[in-house]
Write a protein that binds this ligand. Sequence first.
Ligand code: ZN
Ligand code: ZN
Length: 133
Amino acid sequence: MDQLQEIKTLGLTKQRQAVLQVIRESENHLTANEVFEDARRILPGISFATVYNSLHYLKNENLIGEVTFGNDASRYDRNLMRHDHAMCNVCGKLVDLELQIPDGMLNEAAERSRFKPESIEITLRGLCPACTG
Ligand SMILES: [Zn+2]
Ligand SMILES: [Zn+2]
């Protein structure tokens, strides 16, 4: 955790801290519902609305990441570095991938789409090890 993040974390309410703790301690990319289930173990009285609002707040403060695929529920990510994902077509497991995006790929994609580029992500879809066996 860098210094700026540490300073931001100090001012968090205990509800927001609980939500942040859940995401930082999880190896998975949790949905809001899953974060709610785990946050209740830390703070039994916490409501779903509070969890949801906390996720929104933490994301805006760049303390957590958010990944969305199509119409699926958003998932929350403790990994704040630019990274890619692999997603299982059978069980939905989502894992981080460190891929080196070739220089020029963003610009090529921008040229073809005529979009002003900000970022590019690659998602590998296939079968996870558990579903292959
Ligand atoms: Zn799977
Ligand atoms: Zn991720």
